[in-house]
Design a protein around this ligand. Structure first.
Ligand SMILES: [Zn+2]
Ligand SMILES: [Zn+2]
Length: 96
């Protein structure tokens, strides 16, 4: 799938402690390497992304290395990992 990074959001955190933990908790998955094709970096963060070429403009969390978290272009990433909603009211702060 193709995603694009939303820049300037990495400082905001949620009740999970970090956006990477948020992604692990709600995807039920873990990841060692950056899921961008050909990238083998392990310094992962939970990046805010949007789907590319989609009417869905919601914000999602997806694990990316810190270099790809700074990228501005469209990224081709593994379909094996799930996009998790970045909307706290739908996830870790649901019902609060
Ligand atoms: Zn969270
Ligand atoms: Zn990467």
């Amino acid at each position: 799938m193709k995603i694009k990074n939303i820049n300037g959001t990495s400082q905001t955190t949620c009740a999970c402690g970090s956006w990477l933990k948020h992604w692990e908790k709600f995807s039920g998955q873990t990841v060692v390497y950056c899921p961008v094709g050909g990238c083998m970096q392990k310094d992962l963060v939970g990046a805010h992304v949007q789907k590319d070429d989609s009417p869905d403009e919601k914000w999602y969390i997806y694990p990316l290395c810190s270099a790809h978290n700074k990228s501005t272009g469209v990224l081709e990433v593994s379909d094996a990992y799930r996009l998790v909603s970045a909307n706290k009211k739908e996830t870790c702060e649901k019902g609060k």
